[in-house]
Write a protein that binds this ligand. Structure first.
Ligand SMILES: *Cc1c(COP(=O)(O)O)cnc(C)c1O
Length: 391
């Protein structure tokens, strides 16, 4: 079985966990502090505040900016539901904007028309590890005086190219534009088991975040306002410190795997049948997501087509793990019945067409070849059987 995701944990993580167990200091302590410092440095921000998971990171970040009742937050309907849930958990209202067809990220050109007098923030998601268009998003936020909270739960180490008129082009990591939220769930680019972190350059927001994740207290048993227990443990942070050292190599391998898959699918002549992800700089390929086209745009022949779901079943039969991220857009979820009437055409089309193939750094060359072979064969067999039917 080739899994769609697999955390890579080695002797370093095992040793680090045993060290914490031997110390008998399991809850938040030195390891969390060291992990926060290292992560802040990696992203290029002043503060990082570790949390119990990515959802609590998002929730705390929204609260720390004073966003709540009667406030609107502009976000994407094509994401894991936690993105919208965090907004609702804070008492605010998610306002969706459709995605761009190629990047699967929020379409910045549609954001301004969604802004109302109640809009407080823009919450872009760097989906699949590809940075959202932060150039345009930051410009809109500045113009309308809006907060930016980045859902970077799939994009540890992803970066945007920054071109300045007279200066050489530089890069800037996601999570350093606005307030950044990351998840360390085992399927993500790096893991701490369960875990999350918030990144910010704002001292005031950082101080408020520290209180929010610890029942509103700066001093023990002195509670200034409502808060939660959203803290990370030293066991998780010890794993995170080791994973963070490995993250650049993990990401490099993901990028190489994505390049390989793109090249092979092109060689096999599949580019007319599937759309492969664009190899943009700074994309860290949390997922390698293809589209299996539902309609033939250039011809109106009504020949049956190999659909995403047929391909998914054939790959499953060959023990190749796949993922559909996400089969139901957030506005169509049962959890949000009052939003079900809304329509975001690009999001809805993507939900029908996307299929993620294994791209994680644990894949061997043989695994990659098997993935290419199985996809190629699925299309070939389908076409052969269609020909027989036509004869
Ligand atoms: C994983 C993820 C989250 C939530 O993170 P958890 O650690 O699972 O709570 C939020 N948003 C996106 C886009 C994610 O992929």
């Amino acid at each position: 079985m080739i899994p769609i995701a697999k955390p890579l944990l080695g002797d370093e993580e095992k040793r680090a966990v045993l060290e914490v167990l031997d110390s008998a200091k399991l809850a938040q302590g030195e390891k969390v502090a060291a992990f926060e410092k290292a992560f802040a440095q990696f992203i290029g921000v002043k503060h990082a505040i570790a949390t119990s998971n990515g959802t609590t990171a998002l929730h705390a970040a929204i609260l720390a900016h004073g966003i709540g009742k009667n406030d609107e937050v502009i976000t994407t309907p094509f994401s894991f539901i936690a993105t919208a849930n965090a907004i609702v958990m804070a008492g605010a209202t998610p306002v969706f904007v459709d995605i761009e067809e190629n990047s699967f990220n929020i379409n910045p050109d549609l954001i301004e028309s969604a802004i109302t007098s109640k809009t407080k923030a823009i919450l872009p998601v760097h989906l699949f590890g590809r940075p959202a268009d932060m150039d345009k998003i930051m410009a809109i936020a500045q113009k309308h005086n809006l907060i930016v909270i980045e859902d970077a739960c799939q994009a540890h180490g992803a970066e945007c190219l920054i071109s300045n008129a007279n200066l050489p082009t530089t890069t800037k990591k996601v999570g350093s534009f606005g307030t950044g939220c990351f998840s360390f769930y085992p399927t993500k680019n790096m893991t701490t088991g369960e875990g999350g972190i918030i990144t910010t350059n704002n001292d005031e927001v950082a101080a408020k975040l520290r209180r929010i994740i610890s029942h509103g207290s700066e001093k023990r048993y002195h509670h200034l306002h409502l808060g939660y227990n959203y803290r990370m443990t030293d066991i998780s942070a010890a794993i995170g410190l080791e994973q963070l050292k490995k993250l650049p190599n993990f990401n490099q391998k993901r990028i190489e795997n994505a390049k390989y898959l793109n090249q092979k699918f092109q060689q096999k002549g599949l580019h007319s049948k599937i759309i492969v992800p664009e190899l943009v700089d700074g994309h860290v390929f949390h997922q390698y997501t293809i589209r299996v086209k539902t309609q033939d745009e250039e011809s109106n022949n009504n020949q049956s087509k190999l659909t995403r779901d047929i391909l998914l079943h054939q790959l499953t039969a060959k023990e190749i793990g796949t993922g559909v991220f996400y089969p139901i857009p957030i506005h169509k979820q049962q959890a949000y019945p009052h939003l079900n009437h809304l329509s975001f055409p690009h999001t809805e089309k993507a939900a029908e067409e996307v299929l993620s193939l294994p791209v994680h750094p644990g894949l061997t060359n043989d695994d990659l070849y098997e993935v290419v072979d199985a996809v190629t064969l699925a299309f070939k067999n389908f076409e052969d059987s269609a020909e027989i039917k036509n004869d």
